[in-house]
Design a protein around this ligand. Structure first.
Ligand code: SAH
Ligand code: SF4
Length: 433
């Protein structure tokens, strides 16, 4: 299947490529359950869990009750071993252990910032003989009264926003819903955020007596609305009251502007929405966020106005990265305010986080203040998002895993006819990232 190897034409010497390089490649789904070895039940939806139980021989008439029991152990208690499931019969525990595990994705490394931010490199189970497992990053940002987990929705990103490090990653695949959910499970393991567990010594976690992870933002690697099915399914598990129990209002999906999927997200996931706007004119946004060529600003704004559940209590967050001399003038600030007129909105000004080889600089502090002042006077709170975890490269747009090494392996898979199983190779001619 050599045609499946979609080579991104990003060679700087090739003709007029910048104009067409909105995406490096189209997306592929990972075959469900395509894991090596005994599959884990962690991360599954109720329907998937039921299907696994039936496959193992649990009678249909018992299935619903068994799902409820096991759901509670996995997602409320954080059980790591079937033996802990004391209200489940010994026979069933043995049956489950014979077929399945409660394994989590492996935490390859943990970095803790001076400010308490934690970044985990997480390796997903292998999807086939040549895949040692995709690696993604997720970040935990503690504050005194909340803890935010920034999760990834894809390995890498097919889009090529010019200021984003993740966008330079060559290998991309969608995460399954289970792999998305597992990021919270791993975070709760590491933070001791289960009943009867306690946090690691000296860890910075919220001190208000509540859970350590209270909010989820889909602002890690990937474009969530290129993986909407899995993101919606994952949010269903994250927000399930009998399990992980997050509030849907505290789950925010950030998109670069995949307009046709925005309404669906609101209808099916009822989550909060964030838009990576970053520019107020199409010509500039085309270069910063190239998906704008497909879905220009006017269409994006209409999708925002139509977002299900939108109200003053449930505003859309507009993210705006401050790039020196590019999008940070007074006129830009005024145009931003005008553009958002009539949309219940919050504006997040994000200082640009440079990465090795990036071609932009962050606006000066005075410029950011002036920009923020104009936005504030127009009636918007415009918190400047303090970059967290800078010392461990955990800030927005800096996440980029080791998975590129998989590129060679993906090619091998394709050449040997094994099939990519959702793994893409997009070879970029340029080096240096
Ligand atoms: N793909 C989605 C979500 C992940 S990116 C999206 O684009 O919305 C999360 C946020 O980080 C986005 O607003 C993105 O534009 C921003 N971002 C990316 N690179 C950045 C950088 N180098 N500095 C600051 N913010 C960045
Ligand atoms: Fe992808 Fe978002 Fe980065 Fe753009 S900003 S390349 S959509 S992760």
């Amino acid at each position: 299947m050599p045609h499946a190897l979609d080579i991104a034409r990003r060679n700087p010497n090739a003709p007029a490529l910048d104009e067409v390089a909105i995406e490096k490649a189209a997306e592929l789904e990972l075959a469900p359950g395509a894991q090596a070895g005994q599959p884990s039940l962690v991360g599954l939806t109720r329907e998937e869990l039921k299907a696994r139980l039936l496959e193992a021989g649990v009678p249909e008439r018992e299935a619903k009750m068994r799902v409820a029991q096991i759901w509670h152990w996995i997602y409320f208690r954080g059980a790591r071993d079937f033996a802990a499931m004391t209200n489940v019969s010994k026979h069933l525990r043995a049956l489950l252990a014979e077929h399945y595990t409660l394994a989590r994705p492996e935490v390859v490394s943990e970095q803790v910032s001076k400010d308490g931010t934690r970044k985990w490199l997480v390796r997903m189970p292998s999807t086939g003989p040549y895949d040692k497992g995709a690696e993604i990053e997720c970040v935990y940002i503690p504050e005194s009264d909340r803890g935010t987990l920034c999760v990834s929705s894809q390995v890498g990103c097919t889009l090529t926003c010019s200021f984003c490090h993740t966008g330079t990653q060559k290998l991309v695949r969608n995460l399954t819903s289970a792999e998305i959910v597992a990021q919270l499970v791993v975070a709760r393991d590491r933070l001791g955020d289960w009943p009867d567990a306690s946090p690691p010594e000296g860890a910075f976690v919220p001190s208000d007596g509540g859970r350590f992870v209270t909010n989820i933002v889909f602002m890690g690697m990937g474009e969530p609305l290129y993986n909407t099915d899995n993101v919606v399914a994952a949010i269903g598990v994250l927000a399930d009251n009998e399990g992980l129990g997050l509030s849907r209002r505290r789950i925010t999906v950030s998109t670069s502007g995949v307009v046709p999927q925005i309404g669906r997200l609101g209808e099916e996931a009822h989550s909060a929405l964030a838009i990576s706007l970053h520019a107020v004119r199409d010509d500039l946004r085309n270069t910063l966020v190239p998906i704008n060529k497909k879905y220009p600003i006017a269409a994006l704004m209409q999708a925002c106005r139509d977002y299900p559940g939108l109200s003053n209590a449930r505003r859309i967050t507009f993210e705006y990265v401050m790039l020196d001399g590019v999008n940070d003038s007074d006129a830009d600030a005024r145009a931003l305010v005008k553009l958002l007129q009539g949309i219940p909105a919050k504006i997040n000004l994000i200082p640009f986080n440079p990465w090795p080889g990036s071609k932009y600089e962050c606006s000066s502090w005075e410029r950011i203040e002036r920009f923020s002042e104009i936005v504030y006077r127009a009636g918007y709170a415009s918190p400047v998002r303090t970059p967290r975890g800078r010392d461990i490269l955990a800030a927005c747009g800096q996440l980029k895993s080791e998975t590129e090494k998989l590129r060679a392996r993906a090619r091998m898979m394709l050449e040997s006819g094994i099939g990519a199983e959702g793994v893409y190779a997009a070879a970029a001619a340029e080096a240096g990232d």
